[in-house]
Design a protein around this ligand. Structure first.
Ligand code: H79
Length: 577
């Protein structure tokens, strides 16, 4: 868990975190002056995230701040916004009270650069949202950019208008940062959390001041993990980044519905509904929360493609919410190919996205199953089940007879009521559908003692593979021997750059497979930003002769490093031939 500046007992911390752990799904709202240009400046399309337009288009403050004179969101309706969150099954709402551009969406005495004093609209939208959130029982939370403020002469990030060498950040904190934190925590009733962002080079002392300012006003208000220096009440993952496996402690992934946070006219890359539901399930199965963003227009309207998608996620939650709200991580520490497991007390929820023809098999569950039923089945008719044990490979096997027709198009949930605390085999297992998934993240690295070492990328990759001599080994329990097609997934750079031609050698026991990595296909990685793609390369076939625990080892016999990238390993997949 993230460290906190003031000591609390585990018990009191559990009490503070209770609503947040129960919620699991929240709405992020990015709204501000950047909604006016919609990603276009002086007729030119500005690439990247919309709320960064001031920086990306090099707009001086004197020009950008004039946008306030046009900000008149006449269609803004707090009740409608909160209803969109409610219909999506979201339990908290985090709005940009002030983003990097420095413009405040609330009435502020600390700076006139706010919606009430600087716009023709003149109304405090935060006050209206606070009222509606209270009525709808949704926790109101505030994003606040504590370090970057491109409008204040002593805020960070604006090197076009201000000389960083002449800035005094403590003065910014005294004049604007801390007073505004106090304002948002005293003007709108109880606030669920303050969501700080991009701490950059903030000092520990400064971070502590920003956190203490929150706790001084509202001791029960949470602080996210981007306050700085690992402080805060829980860990914030990178934007759009979902960890490759279960993470201990409290954590949250903030994510976009398309590729921008603030509204852009041209960003049609909306994530499909099935992808959103699977991400929610995946995140909860790893112990986290999903904070999903909408970017309303300058008129104050949440874009239609966002509303329709969120409504469908909400429809799914109406039936399957038991598997999400208040649920904890899977007892199995690895991803599963057919779906993901969540738990609550003595219940396991099998969130299945690959619905089998008739029999579903789960490997590794150690508990006795008292009862199994479909969450969508109100009568809870028991599913036929059988539990066996393969002692030769030390594996518990549960089989369930499922109806041919799946209850949900995307993710169908089976509930298992078990005796005792849910417990599963903690070794990497072959999936019951035969696939063997070897994530780079789960591999053991062995490198020569001297020379450049391999590194682990923030989100699951193995990188810096620019020399030969390294090995990555996975220890996996194989249930069904046979011949497998082997695919290797490597990741592109942010700009789409990638390099191939590396000669690999994969060995299982004494059987080697030598091949060259060649680009065959690029695929989205749902756990990463849209600009990090998986490059798929089929290496050929390999045979595993007998069931049991095997070491599978990957080497590079030759690496190409003309572009300085080498193979950024994401995963090896063995697919039954
Ligand atoms: O509020 C959202 C983003 O605006 C904020 N965090 C989420 C929740 C955020 N601030 N900084 N970053 C994310 C990292 C930004 C990186 C980039 Fe850029 C901005 C890449 C492209 C635009 C700055 C300009 C860095 C490279 C070019």
């Amino acid at each position: 868990m993230a460290k906190r500046p003031t000591k609390r007992t585990q018990q009191s911390q559990d009490r503070r975190m209770k609503w947040w752990r129960e919620a699991r799904f929240g709405m992020f709202i990015h709204w501000g002056l950047y909604a006016l240009p919609e990603g276009i400046w002086k007729g030119k399309e500005i690439p990247g995230i919309g709320e960064w337009i001031q920086k990306r288009a090099n707009i001086p403050v004197s020009e950008y701040e004039k946008l306030a004179e046009q900000f008149n969101p006449v269609k803004f309706n707090a009740k409608e916004w909160v209803q969109v969150a409610k219909d999506a099954g979201m339990k908290y709402l985090t709005i940009t009270s002030k983003h990097h551009d420095g413009f405040a969406l609330f009435k502020s005495d600390a700076s006139p650069y706010n919606i009430v004093d600087a716009t023709p609209y003149g109304k405090d939208v935060i006050a209206e949202l606070a009222k509606e959130c209270q009525k709808a029982d949704i926790k109101l939370c505030f994003y606040y950019s504590q370090k970057q403020d491109w409008h204040h002469p002593n805020g960070s990030g604006n090197t076009l208008d201000f000389d960083p060498n002449k800035q005094n950040f403590n003065q910014y904190m005294r004049e604007k940062g801390l007073p505004q934190i106090k304002e948002i925590l005293t003007q709108y009733g109880p606030i669920g959390m303050i969501w700080y962002d991009t701490p950059q080079d903030i000092t520990t002392a400064q971070t502590k001041k920003f956190i203490t300012a929150v706790y001084d006003s509202q001791p029960n208000c949470l602080v996210n993990g981007r306050a700085g220096h690992g402080l805060g009440d829980y860990q914030s993952m990178g934007d759009n980044l979902i960890p490759p496996a279960r993470v201990e402690g409290d954590w949250e992934t903030p994510a976009t519905l398309n590729d921008t946070w603030g509204f852009k006219k041209n960003d049609p890359n909306w994530k499909p509904v099935d992808g959103l539901i699977k991400r929610l399930v995946d995140i909860v199965s790893k112990g986290g929360n999903y904070l999903l963003n909408v970017g309303p227009t300058a008129e104050g309207v949440i874009p239609k493609p966002s509303v329709t998608r969120l409504k469908k996620v909400g429809d799914w939650l109406k039936i399957n919410g038991d598997a999400i709200y208040g649920a904890s991580a899977s007892p199995h520490p690895y991803e599963l190919s057919w779906g993901a497991i969540t738990t609550k007390g003595r219940k396991l929820y099998l969130n299945i996205w690959d619905w089998p023809k008739s029999t579903f098999t789960l490997y590794g569950l150690k508990n006795k199953v008292r009862k199994a039923y479909l969450l969508a089945d109100k009568t809870r008719t028991p599913l036929e089940k059988q539990q066996t044990r393969d002692t030769s490979i030390d594996l518990d096997i549960l089989t369930l007879k499922l109806p041919r027709k799946k209850p949900d198009k995307v993710v169908s949930v089976v509930v298992l009521e078990v005796t005792g605390e849910p417990e599963m085999d903690a070794t990497l297992l072959q999936n019951a559908d035969g696939r063997i998934q070897l994530e780079a993240h789960n591999g053991q690295i062995k490198s020569p003692k001297t020379g450049a070492q391999l590194t682990r990328g923030r989100f699951g990759t193995i990188e810096n593979w620019l020399t030969t001599g390294h090995r990555v080994t996975w220890t996996v329990k194989v249930v069904t021997p046979g011949t497998y097609n082997v695919a290797v997934l490597t990741q592109t750079e942010r700009n789409g750059k990638w390099e191939g031609g590396h000669k690999t050698k994969l060995t299982i026991g004494r059987a080697p497979l030598s091949a060259t990595i060649k680009e065959q296909e690029r695929r989205d990685n749902p756990k990463a930003n849209a600009d990090l793609l998986d490059v798929v390369s089929m290496l050929g076939q390999i045979t595993i002769n007998k069931p049991g625990t095997h070491d599978i080892t990957l080497r590079m016999e030759k690496v190409i490093k003309t572009k300085g990238i080498g193979p950024k390993l994401r995963a090896i997949q063995l697919i039954p031939a």
